[in-house]
Design a binder for this molecule. Sequence first.
Ligand code: SF4
Length: 354
Amino acid sequence: MQKVTLAQPLLEWYDLHGRDLPWRRKPTPYTTLVSEIMLQQTRVEAVLPLYERFIERFPTIQDLAAASQDEVLTYWQGLGYYSRARRLHETAQIIVNDHNGLVPDDKTTLRTLPGIGEYTCGAILSMAFDQTELAIDGNLLRIGARLFLVSDPINRMQAKRKIQANFEGLLPQKRPGDFNQALMDLASRICLPRNPRCTECPLAQHCQALLGGEVAGLPKREAAKPPVKVQVELFLVESQGALLLRKRESGGFLQGMWELPWYDSESHVASTKLKVSDKHDWLSTHLAQDPLKVAKMDYVFSHRHWLMTIFHYHTDEPFQVPMEKDILYQWQPLNSLAQLALPTVFKKALRILL
Ligand code: SF4
């Protein structure tokens, strides 16, 4: 397969059919950084309504670096995977403090920044700096498995290496960023996961799966492990129109997010009426009465499946919460909850009980 034979029809197709996306109109290294981190594990349709609002509020990397983490998380609401927002914020601060506010244009430095993995690095270098780098994600793996007839499961490293090597051999010196974006558009419009539209595909003449009649069986994928089930007890504690929330500043799941107090009831000692651990006895002391309501709810994250028991308590007076290392507790007025970046699982729990 000659470089020119594949890149040329692909780029010609892209010039005619490429998607008009806001981050493609006047791209800068900063806007490419923001859009590519937003697009990680997220569909373009979900990013579209939030990208412009984010860039309007943080038009430069300096604006983003100077903002509080809470505000960045608030502008990330609706995108999920909040750890990306925290890493983007941290990356912006590193770029402003250590790189004179300029997004690095070399692979080694870029890869040291939080949130920038192999794919995002390739996307930034090719799209913002015109470097011949590949940005390979699950969509490109799907096209590659078909185009190059790779029958190993695409979630295995062996398949990824084969597909990457094939695509790298085809990357054009001119317009490498458009080459990557054209493949992304092809994946979203033509080479679909199910029922690919091969009759409209600009690469049909080069597609080994199509030529060999094997499109329907590709890509292959090894079954993913189901999320681990965790028994969780969640406490909705209300007092004088305020709700007890907490934020864990470092380490662990949901780091830096406001959350309702919750405990993994299997790994904590179930020694009190409330089944909170010894460590959290202060909570049981303040909530000695029966709960107003108890509800059950399931919530599935990417790797965890929470089987929740939700306890709704009311106390006459907001009680003082003891200091815990790296954990901040706060009484938050109910009418200001919408301004906080509260993960969806807690919003759903609130909807059930309030
Ligand atoms: S010909 Fe069909 S299977 Fe092959 S790359 Fe195009 S859309 Fe995908």
